[in-house]
Design a protein around this ligand. Structure first.
Ligand SMILES: [Zn+2]
Length: 303
């Protein structure tokens, strides 16, 4: 979801002055030997996706969002136990795809402990509200703009990698920015020795075709529908990107409603796009409003 960006938007780097050094960045501890899959949390309208370690615990979050239709609206303290940020004394890191509220807001009032995590964030023009939130992050680092649109890969164990790409460069002289398409996109890659690579794509709100330098033939095992399944920016190139992908396992839609089957006021998701492209993906899709209807907090996607 894109927030309306007024002229008073600020470069987040004016608040978060540290830049990540990708050569030394240790996002995920060496004790994590694999990314077993991902955990899609119900946070209402927004995204919060956990990367699961060998013990099935979240070792890193991609986004920590949720705003409207939040399941913990009447009991905010539940968020701390539903979306745990500590493993022992260690705080798990959070990779923020982009600076829209539905991707970080659970860390504001609902579980402020998440502000102690290491946050890896994109340099973007952000709202005054996001600037105030960013100022609370004790340990946040901007993704280095110098990397451009190249993927940087962080090895996890022997077979897995977390690939991070910044989808567009920071427009230093602009007064506004389409944050959906200039944030960080995450691609998980699994390649056993001598085997072929498979992927899980966590795009945030960036249309799949606008994620730079993805493999031409993505062998997808899991995919989270970008932008909560919206039709925004869906075009022929998006369909082509998905058509080139093969061996899909499962997809997920992350969005909120007041109750199952009720309308999401943004019109999310528009499942017809995926239905026409890969009907089987949609039929087996994990849907956050269904997760809630079953009395669950999250659902796992596996390799
Ligand atoms: Zn969003």
């Amino acid at each position: 979801m894109e927030e309306k960006t007024a002229l008073s938007s600020t470069d987040v780097a004016s608040t978060i002055t540290a830049t990540a050094d990708t050569a030394t960045l240790q996002l995920i501890p060496a004790t994590v030997t694999e990314i077993k899959g991902v955990r899609v949390f119900d946070v209402g309208q927004g995204d919060c996706i956990g990367l699961r370690d060998q013990n099935d615990e979240v070792c890193c979050y991609v986004d920590y969002g949720g705003n409207e239709y939040h399941p913990d609206q009447s009991n905010p303290s539940r968020t701390a136990s539903r979306l745990p940020v500590q493993a022992g004394s260690h705080y798990v890191p959070v990779i923020l795809t982009h600076w829209d509220k539905d991707h970080y807001w659970s860390a504001n009032k609902k579980n402020p402990a998440a502000q102690k995590c290491e946050w890896l964030v994109p340099r973007q023009l952000v709202s005054p509200q996001a600037t105030r939130f960013a100022a609370k992050l004790a340990n946040a680092k901007c993704w280095p703009e110098s990397i451009g649109d190249q993927a940087v890969s962080f090895a996890v164990g022997t077979d897995d990698e977390v690939e991070i790409r910044k989808c567009a460069t920071f427009p230093a002289n602009a007064q506004k920015e389409d944050r959906n398409h200039s944030g960080l996109a995450i691609n998980l890659k699994r390649q056993p020795s001598g085997g072929t690579a498979t992927h899980m794509l966590l795009p945030g709100d960036c249309a799949f075709d606008r994620i730079p330098n993805l493999p031409a033939k993505l062998s997808l095992r899991a995919i989270v529908a970008y932008h909560h399944g919206a039709s925004t920016d869906w075009c022929a190139a998006t369909e082509q990107t998905l058509a080139n992908a093969y061996s899909p396992y499962v997809m997920a839609y992350s969005y909120g409603t007041h109750s199952p089957g009720k309308k999401n006021h943004y019109g999310h998701p528009n499942r017809s796009n995926y239905q026409s492209c890969h009907p089987n993906w949609d039929i087996g899709a994990i849907i956050t409003e269904d997760i809630r209807a079953k009395g669950l907090n999250s659902s796992d996607l596996d390799w």
